[in-house]
Design a protein. Structure first.
Length: 79
């Protein structure tokens, strides 16, 4: 799997205003900005991303995924 493929999988299942994915093919890091994160705690946000990946997150196809999740307002405040 490539970073672009992983990014497309996440974007297909989650409304994203911004998404960056980096990694080495097994260990990944993603920055995701989505209005769907409004009112959700970090664990619920992560679970929402994991749900978009389905079985891939449970297998070695996506071995490790580090997430930074933001609402659009949180993202705007950081940038």
């Amino acid at each position: 799997m490539t970073a672009e493929q992983l990014q497309q999988l996440i974007a297909a299942g989650l409304s994203c205003e911004h998404i960056e994915v980096t990694g080495d093919g097994r260990h990944w890091a993603a920055v995701i900005v989505s209005p769907e994160f409004e009112g959700k705690r970090p664990i619920a946000r992560h679970q929402r991303v994991y749900a978009t990946l389905g079985e891939r997150i449970k297998t070695d196809e996506v071995h490790a995924l580090s997430l930074k999740t933001f609402t659009p307002a949180e993202w705007a405040a950081q940038n």
